[in-house]
Design a protein around this ligand. Structure first.
Ligand code: F6P
Length: 322
């Protein structure tokens, strides 16, 4: 291959810029041309593509978001959209693609590979940490850090007023952010997206805390498919148990901000490995983080959404929040 392109797709995540920088600089180091596709698959279909240089990616690694911007494209989900994308890529002489994104972005990339023979390398970028085949996705650590900072602040005011707060965190169907934030903030209960809500247990946890003199309670709720579950829990606690609670939806604040050193490091390693793999002739792979190391895996093993959680983490949370 002579020319690679890189794009971000799906929700942005802190650390994507580090991955872009590593892809660009490794490609140039390997003697390859490197193009940046603006606004993900949508931008690709609009031919929003430019050649990048070493200095195009200077001074970006410390910033959240993505300088390439991102999108969720409906058109790319169709065979016609992907055929158009392949034509546009070829018109620039691009012969391989690095896709930074989540499972949806990977599935699109896999189809582009299968239907049009494009070599692809995926880099897992989503705050949700929910891609199969990898223990880590870029942005998760920063998102957890953001949420923990926010909950610590909420704890201050909750303590001062002896209040209960339901704090809704991101993660859609993934329990990862909620669980980690719950453990790290000493939450009294965590509501995970995959479980049915046990209001009796939540009320019991709040009540037990009050009886032993706790001055506040924090319930962390994973947003699920749509944000707003916090209000549902608030209503049920009031109606069924006469318990008052405030709701705070952290929302997109979790997705922004400077990436943590962990995200910077893993994203840089992944960007570097992705280009090396393509330069070595790999056709459909993804960078993954396994047993503390960045390694390569077949893209086909990373196409599923991962919603499982470690039961021992729930046990840890439960046994420490008594
Ligand atoms: O990128 C993942 C994520 O942040 C989820 O945690 C959240 O449910 C969703 O994206 C929010 O979507 P949007 O990008 O449309 O705001």
């Amino acid at each position: 291959i002579k020319t690679i392109a890189v794009l971000c797709s799906g929700g942005d995540s802190p650390g994507m810029n580090c991955a872009i920088r590593a892809v660009v600089r490794t490609a140039i180091g390997e003697g390859l041309n490197i193009f940046g596709i603006q606004k993900g698959y949508e931008g690709l279909l609009e031919n929003n593509i430019r050649e990048l240089s070493v200095s195009s990616v200077g001074n970006i690694l410390q910033h959240g978001g993505t300088v390439l911007q991102t999108s969720r494209s409906k058109e790319f989900r169709t065979p016609e959209g992907r055929a158009k994308a392949a034509r546009i890529l070829r018109s620039h002489g691009i012969d391989a693609l690095v896709v930074i994104g989540g499972d949806g972005s990977y599935n699109g990339a896999m189809k582009l590979h299968e239907e049009h023979g494009f070599p692809i390398c995926g880099i897992p970028g989503t705050i949700d940490n929910d891609i199969s085949g990898t223990d880590y996705t870029i942005g998760f650590d920063t998102a957890v850090q953001n949420a923990v900072d926010a909950v610590d602040k909420i704890r201050d005011t909750a303590n001062s007023h002896a209040r209960t707060f339901i704090v809704e965190v991101m993660g859609r169907k993934s329990p990862a952010i909620a669980l980690k934030v719950g453990i790290c903030t000493g939450a009294e209960n965590v509501v995970l997206p995959t479980a049915t809500i046990d209001y009796q247990k939540i009320a019991g946890d709040i009540d037990r805390g009050i009886k032993r003199g706790k001055t506040s309670s924090i319930i962390i709720a994973a947003e699920g498919e749509e944000p707003g579950i916090g209000y549902l829990i608030q209503k049920s606690l009031k109606e069924q148990f006469q318990l008052e609670a405030h709701v705070c939806i952290l929302g997109h604040i979790q997705r922004g901000g400077n990436p943590t050193p962990t995200d910077r490091l893993i994203a840089s390693q992944m960007g570097h490995c992705a280009v090396k793999a393509l330069a070595n002739g790999e056709k459909a792979t993804a960078t993954v983080f396994l047993q503390g190391k960045v390694v390569m895996a077949p893209l086909s093993t990373c196409l599923r959404k991962k919603n499982e959680f470690d039961v021992s983490e729930v046990e840890l949370l439960t046994s420490l929040s008594i």
